[in-house]
Design a protein. Structure first.
Length: 308
């Protein structure tokens, strides 16, 4: 008998489960498929927005939109058009019911568990195909699937969580290449972080302009010290590197930010004769503020009860 067995709603950026259907089937096959759900949840940011994973007698289908993924498990003979219409209904209802700000800031797993009521009602309706009254939606979805069929996830792409190979670089129509090893994601940007980023760019630009002026002065007066030019350009590089550290995750990120701040301080100490106290205070304060924001913006982590 073809039917939908399970469904869940997951946040794309970190795989946090937001809601799921209440399942009573504890068979070995269902237990294995739940493992696949968790494995796919960790790879959602690397996958296209519409996918299918075939797992023998079961299929897992998913769609992703606005940072949220909707996943469902069905028997292998369940029509693909019905499966994606089911997911489309879940998506529309979830977007209508919940503010995306709440979705993005959710911390605990299954914080929208009450959405299970809608999942169960929709699942029962789609498991009784005679009662379906969505012929127009089915026709639209069938046309869309023909034009852009769901991406078929292979086992080699599923990941290394249970001994599988790492996700390879694949091509998907309309999505381009998917990276095998993307940068680790950082926490969302805050307003102080944006301010520190802009101020660091400003300091870098000021150092760059003063550096070119120092070169002009050096060409006009042979007695000028070339080391001032080096100090200005080193200050520019340090400010731009602080911006890079704020945006991207790298190894030893905190240590690099402190070393970069130390370089900014050294450059400004050397340029003491060319800048007044307010200018020195501004550059050092911006450097310290940016270092603090780099320290505060850490890689995204999963909550302690993530796998509940």
């Amino acid at each position: 008998m073809s039917m939908i067995l399970s469904a869940s709603v997951v946040r794309v950026r970190d795989g946090l489960p937001l809601s799921a259907s209440t399942d009573y089937d504890q068979s070995t096959g269902m237990q294995e498929c739940r493992k696949y759900f968790k494995m796919l949840s960790k790879k959602l940011s690397q996958l296209p927005d519409r996918c299918t994973l075939k797992t023998g007698q079961y299929n897992i289908n998913l769609i992703s939109s606005l940072g949220v993924s909707y996943m469902m498990l069905c028997t292998e003979n369940y029509p693909s058009v019905l499966a994606f219409c089911f997911l489309d209904e879940l998506q529309k209802e979830f977007i209508t019911t919940y503010n995306m700000m709440k979705t993005n800031t959710a911390v605990r797993p299954y914080c929208f568990i009450e959405f299970d009521n809608f999942i169960q009602r929709t699942k029962q309706r789609y498991n009784n195909t005679r009662s379906l009254s969505t012929k127009m939606n089915l026709a639209d979805m069938q046309t869309e699937i023909k034009l852009r069929p769901p991406y078929q996830i292979s086992w080699s792409e599923l990941g290394s969580a249970n001994g599988f190979a790492h996700l390879s670089v694949v091509e998907y129509k309309g999505t381009g290449k998917i990276s095998a090893a993307p940068h680790q994601r950082l926490e969302p940007v805050t307003l102080p972080g944006i301010v520190s980023f802009v101020l660091s760019l400003l300091c870098g630009a000021l150092n760059l302009i003063r550096g070119f002026h120092a070169i002009e002065s050096l060409l006009q007066n042979e007695g000028e010290d070339f080391s001032y030019v080096i100090a200005f350009f080193l200050g520019t590089a340090a400010c731009l590197y602080q911006c890079y550290l704020f945006v991207y995750y790298t190894g030893w990120r905190n240590a690099k930010s402190f070393l970069t701040f130390g370089l900014i301080c050294l450059c400004n100490m050397y340029l003491y004769e060319l800048r007044n106290l307010w200018q020195l205070f501004f550059h050092v304060t911006v450097g310290a503020f940016s270092t603090l924001q780099i320290r505060l913006r850490q890689p995204q982590g999963k909550s302690p009860d993530y796998n509940v």
